[in-house]
Design a binder for this molecule. Sequence first.
Ligand code: F6R
Length: 240
Amino acid sequence: MRIIKVKDYDEMSKKAAEIIIERVRRAPDMVLGLATGGTPIGTYQELVSDHVHAETSYRNVTTFNLDEYIGLSGESSHSYRAFMNKHLFELIDILEENIHIPNGVSEDIQKECIEYEELIQKHGGIDLQILGIGQNGHIGFNEPGTSFESTTHIVELDPSTREANARFFKNSEDVPEKAITIGIATIMRSKEILLLISGEQKRAAFKQLVNGEVDEKFPASVLKKHQNVSIIADDAARGD
Ligand code: F6R
């Protein structure tokens, strides 16, 4: 794991965007794995600004998001689909048919998981996967205890994850209890992984990731077994 040290959230966002833009320019038909949450918002702002000013194009890029809440349709303002539309997709020239996010209101969620996984593999896998990390070490919505062999599956969200995500909802009870997430094995098949960590509240997770053992109890620890992972961590997350 390569650690890229940055000062703060803004610098993390700029650095992450710089790496993504370089990869998109080098391979304009690449497959990009995307995350939601507070962490990548600044990165997406940088991508949009670059798209407007430097005209990096996403016309031939295919995207797969990590996860989606079960029970929320793309029209719901709290869905990850709506989040992505607002922060990125509506602001760049990506084609609708190249955007993929699990369907949280599919009639057959199990089938949705299988088909989503197959679709990723059909596209040759993910070239660059962007990740955030939960305070409990989750990546995607793979909570502690998830098998390292897991592919796209249904998850019961950890109470701490629901609490952390309540800030995006009006009432904490509105946070869905379940989600669809790509699995740890799916993430590990990505050719390159970029993990973003910012803020004091992620310091313990950063420490555990860097110093801890590889263990299913801390899902992000699996990244130590990947050949091409960069972690962009700011001063607050690193604790120095
Ligand atoms: C989001 C995702 C999650 C988040 C993590 C951190 O698609 O899969 O793993 O990356 O919960 O969230 P934030 O960035 O809000 O701290």
